[in-house]
Design a protein around this ligand. Structure first.
Ligand code: PLP
Length: 431
């Protein structure tokens, strides 16, 4: 069966290469994590072979008795992981990712051209919360709905709830979205609920980044105040790549059916049962005391990185962090996030350039986003974070030297040597 295999062999060979890459370097991307072997085993399992459009007990394909059991188990574990057993909450575990979960939620809740409000992309929001630029609508959430973004305060970096209140009154959104991709502080759900109630809007939380921290109860609880809570499963929750939608069954009589219909058949086809198996494993792990310790350590580790950078007089958005990430504003140094991302890449430190509020260009933004969630999964603690912060400091110092003409030549030579000379690259890797 394997005669056509040069391509397959190549792809196969890339797996150990990527494994090496992930363990050789320091992973500081706030939206990534390292799943357990058990999660990967389930995710790579034979469940991938099965079609199961529909819901447990009501499928459009035969042979789903085992898949039904799996999906019901995954739903039960999702409710348990977020302390919702026996509550008014239900969950759909079929979304392929966070983006599709959000779009399915919009599809269930509102009509095309209805108004939504989410945190602006350049202020830490996600693309799917209605992102657009003056030149184009960059997300389906702005193509099919009418968004008005809200912002953070330019001085404190915190969500400007007062400006939001004024705009909520004017714009009257059908959905008020909270949650973010690059916001280092927690959300005031009670206040957001009050703002949503002004116009009878839905309050939707996208807890993709912080869902592991919410499960571990080291962040505020969005379920107390929101109507819909969406999440990815692969960031702080440490599962495979997928999405979940939680909905309040008592909000409206038909909300459960609208959410389920929005996921399938409106937005998706057959669920990825292998992924659901991986999610079920991750959710069980997220309900353990060990995971709660992990999440608390993520917060401590991020604080340590932040404190070490502030000690060296660097500027962090909101001057610190309550969660798993810091947003480092490099503009006072005259450096771009893209430059620091490149320098760190050369040193096998992976982080990402990120807009900071007030930035003009998303391609060369003024900040970098740093998360401690993956390193914490590798059993690193505060002492290691101090070393990591020192590496970051050194990367910035190299960036500053490279601003001078002599420094820039030095850096170019260095990169040319790395690219052209295998021996030099090897030697550098061994340093
Ligand atoms: N929501 C938020 C807040 C995110 O940060 C992300 C991804 O980073 C998503 C949704 C989208 O998730 P996915 O990449 O799984 O579609």
């Amino acid at each position: 069966h394997c005669r056509d295999l040069p391509l397959t062999r190549d792809a196969h060979a890339l797996v150990p290469t990527q494994t090496y890459r992930q363990y050789r370097g320091l992973e500081l991307i706030a939206s990534e994590n390292l799943t357990s072997l058990a999660v990967m085993e389930a995710n790579g399992s034979i469940f991938t072979n099965k079609y199961s459009e529909g819901l447990p007990g009501a499928r459009y394909y035969g042979g789903n008795e085992v898949v039904d059991e799996l999906e019901v188990l995954c739903q039960k574990r999702a409710l348990e992981a977020f302390h919702l057993e026996g509550s008014k909450w239900g969950v759909n575990v079929q979304p392929y990712s966070g983006s599709t979960a959000n779009f399915a939620a919009f599809t269930a809740l509102i009509q095309p051209h209805d108004r939504i409000m989410g945190l602006e992309l350049a202020h830490g929001g996600h693309l799917t919360h209605g992102a657009f630029t003056p030149k184009r609508k960059i997300s389906a959430s702005s193509i099919y709905f009418e968004p008005l973004p809200y912002q953070v305060d330019p001085v404190t970096g915190l969500i400007d709830y007062e400006a939001l209140e004024k705009n909520v009154k004017l714009f009257k959104p059908r959905i008020l979205i909270c949650g973010a991709s690059a916001y280092p502080r927690d959300f005031d759900y009670k206040r957001l609920r009050a703002l949503a109630d002004i116009n009878g809007s839905y309050l939707m939380m996208d807890m993709a980044h912080i869902s592991g921290l919410v499960a571990a109860q080291v962040q505020n609880d969005p379920f107390e105040y929101c109507d819909i809570v969406c999440t990815t499963t692969h960031k702080t929750l440490r599962g495979p790549r997928a999405g979940l939608i939680f909905f309040r069954k008592d909000k409206e009589a038909d909300l459960e059916k609208r959410i389920n219909d929005a996921v399938f058949p409106a937005c998706q086809g057959g669920p990825h049962n292998n992924t659901i198996a991986g999610v079920a494993v991750a959710l069980k792990q997220a309900s353990t005391p060990a995971f709660r310790e992990y999440a608390a350590q993520v917060v401590k580790n991020t604080k340590t990185i932040g404190e070490e950078l502030v000690k060296r007089d660097y500027k962090l958005q909101t001057d610190g962090s309550d969660n798993h990430l810091v947003l480092w504003d490099l503009r006072p140094l005259g450096l771009t996030g893209s430059k620091i991302e490149k320098i760190c890449d050369l040193a096998h430190i992976t982080l990402n350039k990120n807009s900071v509020p007030g930035d003009k260009s998303a391609a060369t933004p003024g900040g970098v986003r740093i998360g401690s969630n993956a390193l914490t999964s590798r059993s690193m603690f505060e002492p290691e974070m101090r070393i990591v912060a020192d590496f970051l400091h050194r990367a910035v110092q190299i960036g500053l030297q490279a601003q001078s003409e002599a420094g820039s030549k030095l850096l170019k030579d260095f990169v040319a040597r790395l690219e052209g000379d295998g021996e030099a690259a090897k030697a550098l890797q061994q340093l």
